[in-house]
Design a protein around this ligand. Structure first.
Ligand SMILES: [Fe+2]
Ligand SMILES: [Fe+2]
Length: 164
């Protein structure tokens, strides 16, 4: 079992340029986690992996605009903490690593866990004034949410029995 609060704290304690409210900062990570948990109820994604993705995918950004390598650095950070702050099988880590590395660029994916990670991130684009586009979603539920224009009607799907 992963101690998410301890893991989050370890990442938050790293030196960075951001504040909690940065566009790609912790507030965004939390919404990505929430979105992913909602999508996972339909997509069958691995909940442990999508929660780790939410934390790591933007954690190593060095600015809030460009930085095309940030996904790869986020994946590397996950690799650094694996075995020390959390455990994950080789197979699951490979999925997490891939999802973090390639999360930008509007790609689609058939793997339900990778698809859920990417859709969860893209559903939070409205924070930048960009309307999430159903065509950029890989999962059925994220498509439906993007078509609707707000995730609010699905918020009741967030599991309440998870560690914080
Ligand atoms: Fe990103
Ligand atoms: Fe993101």
């Amino acid at each position: 079992m992963i101690d998410y609060p301890a893991l989050w704290q370890a990442v938050l304690d790293l030196p960075s340029h951001r504040t909690a409210h940065s566009v790609h900062g912790p507030d965004h990570w939390k919404r990505v986690e929430r979105n992913a948990l909602i999508i996972a109820t339909d997509s069958g994604a691995d909940v442990e992996i999508v929660r780790l993705f939410a934390l790591f995918h933007d954690a190593q950004r060095v600015n809030e605009w460009g930085d095309p390598e940030h996904g790869a650095r986020g994946a590397a950070l996950a690799g650094l903490y694996r075995g020390k702050l959390f455990e994950l099988s080789d197979e699951s880590f490979e999925i997490l690593h891939y999802a973090c590395t390639w999360h930008t660029g509007g790609r689609h994916h058939e793997n339900p866990t990778i698809a859920t990670c990417w859709d969860a991130d893209r559903l939070d684009l409205d924070r930048c004034g960009i309307t999430p586009d159903p065509d950029y979603m890989s999962t059925n539920l994220a498509k439906k949410i993007a078509e609707h224009g707000s995730i609010d009607p699905w918020l009741n799907l967030v599991p309440t029995n998870l560690t914080p």
